[in-house]
Each structure stands twice: as structure tokens, then as C-alpha cells.
Write a protein that binds this ligand. Structure first.
Ligand code: ZN
Length: 249
């Protein structure tokens, strides 16, 4: 069963690139952008993510700037111009290499990852395929867009199975969206399930609390003794466990 569809969407990629003054290691591309679009780049910097990201509706996954809803002709023209530059074409090419690497890691791991994931969360897998929008490797990205059933991701290799573990982290956010009352409790449980338990099971080594958001660490440590029992007892699924923890911690 395929749970991910890996894609590059140039408009989404551009919307993630434009807010940056420079990307590390790609200064020459940005020098060219600043030279070619001296005023526009500065002007759009603050607004670019909002162009494709609506607070309520999530992102717009469209194929051409013309299809972006509620977007001024000026912004559309700017997007079209940047898409045509040789620097942006290089960015797309480098992103394609990332897509290939993420896909390769995922294809190698997916069978085991899904078995372990299902064993940990005990929820039926959502049969609809999530779209994974790959962005440039110099660009930190790891987000989820539940209304579009999409994930924004960048290839990284901080440790073994890094992409697999964090894709499952974002996937679990999609699966649990709207099924909790306290976001921070759910997020802590998502991290216990993926950044910790799944990572250790896949890698065959490691210990808890090496990764994840430092702001959630305290809460995770509080939930941890109950989490260990949850894993042993096999009585609840992740949503039921979360409901119990929401009242408790
Ligand atoms: Zn998260």
C-alpha cells in the first residue's frame, strides 16, 4: 500500500524559496535573483508564503502562477519571471535529486516502517495517498497540510532513517488532525511514537529524548511512564491514549 506520492510543485517550491534573503551554499543563485528583481524580491519576501498558504484552507497546490487564487497580476508575473530563470531551473534540478534520495530511502524502509508504525499507533492506515512536496535540500522544511492531505519535506540525513521517521511524524499529524483537544499533548505523543519509538525500532539502537522539539521535552517525560505501559498492554489505540492523557497531564 502506497501512503506517499512524492512530487515537486514548482509554485510551492518557489513560495518556500522567496522568503529567504539567501540560502546557505546557494549564494550565487540569490545574487542573481537580487540583481534581476531588486525591488520585487524584497517586497515579496514577507508575502510569498501567504500567496500559496491560506490560513483556513491550507496551501494551494497549483501548476502555474495563473491558477493561484486571490493573487494579484503583479505577483503572478513575478512568479512567472522567476520560474524562467536559469538559477531557479538549477534549484528544481537539485530538488529532483533530493526527491530521488527521499523516495529511495522510503522505498527501502516502507514495509518495515509501516508494520512498526501500525503496531505503535494501532489506527487503520488512511488509504488516501498523501502528497509529499519536496523542497530544496538547503531549505529546512517539515510541515503538514491536513486540508490538502499534503506534507512539505526536504531531504536530510542527520541520522539513519531520518527521512522515514520524520515522514511518519508528519503523516501521523495528518492522521490525528482534528481528533484532539490539546495540541501540545498530541504533539508530544506524536514525537514519542515517531521521533523516539519508531526511530529506535527501525535503527535497532538509540534511546528516548534525543530528538524532537525541546519545548515538548518536559511534557514528553511526564507522559513517558504511561506511554511505556500503553506500548506493553496493547489495549488502547493512540487516539484513546491521547484522550486519557489530555485529562491527566
Ligand atoms: Zn510535529
Amino acid at each position: 500500500m502506497d501512503i506517499f506520492r512524492f512530487r515537486i510543485n514548482k509554485i510551492y517550491l518557489l513560495s518556500q524559496i522567496v522568503p529567504w534573503e539567501y540560502l546557505p551554499g546557494r549564494e550565487e543563485y540569490f545574487d542573481a535573483f537580487h540583481q534581476e528583481f531588486p525591488r520585487e524580491w524584497r517586497w515579496i519576501k514577507e508575502r510569498a508564503r501567504k500567496v500559496v498558504h491560506d490560513e483556513d484552507k491550507g496551501i494551494f497546490i497549483v501548476d502555474t502562477p495563473d491558477d493561484i487564487p486571490r493573487c494579484s497580476a503583479e505577483v503572478k508575473r513575478f512568479f512567472v519571471s522567476v520560474l524562467r530563470t536559469k538559477e531557479f531551473k538549477m534549484i528544481v534540478k537539485e530538488t529532483q535529486e533530493s526527491l530521488f534520495k527521499v523516495k529511495k530511502e522510503w522505498e527501502k524502509n516502507q514495509r518495515r516502517a509501516l508494520v512498526e508504525f501500525c503496531d505503535i499507533v494501532r489506527l487503520p492506515l488512511d488509504p488516501s495517498c498523501a502528497t509529499v512536496l519536496i523542497t530544496h535540500p538547503a531549505l529546512p522544511n517539515g510541515r503538514n497540510y491536513p486540508s490538502q492531505n499534503a506534507i512539505g519535506w526536504t531531504y536530510r540525513k542527520d541520522w539513519k532513517n531520518y527521512n522515514t521517521v520524520y515522514l511518519m511524524h508528519e503523516f501521523l499529524h495528518l492522521q490525528t488532525d482534528g481528533r484532539f483537544k490539546r495540541e501540545e499533548v498530541m504533539h508530544a505523543i506524536v514525537e514519542l511514537a515517531t521521533d523516539n519509538e519508531l526511530k529506535i525500532r527501525l535503527g535497532g539502537t538509540g534511546s528516548y529524548f534525543e530528538d524532537g522539539h525541546s519545548g515538548l521535552r518536559k511534557l514528553e517525560k511526564k507522559i513517558y511512564p504511561f506511554w511505556k505501559k500503553y506500548l506493553q498492554k496493547n489495549k488502547e489505540n493512540l487516539i484513546q491514549f491521547n484522550r486519557r492523557m489530555e485529562k491527566f497531564v
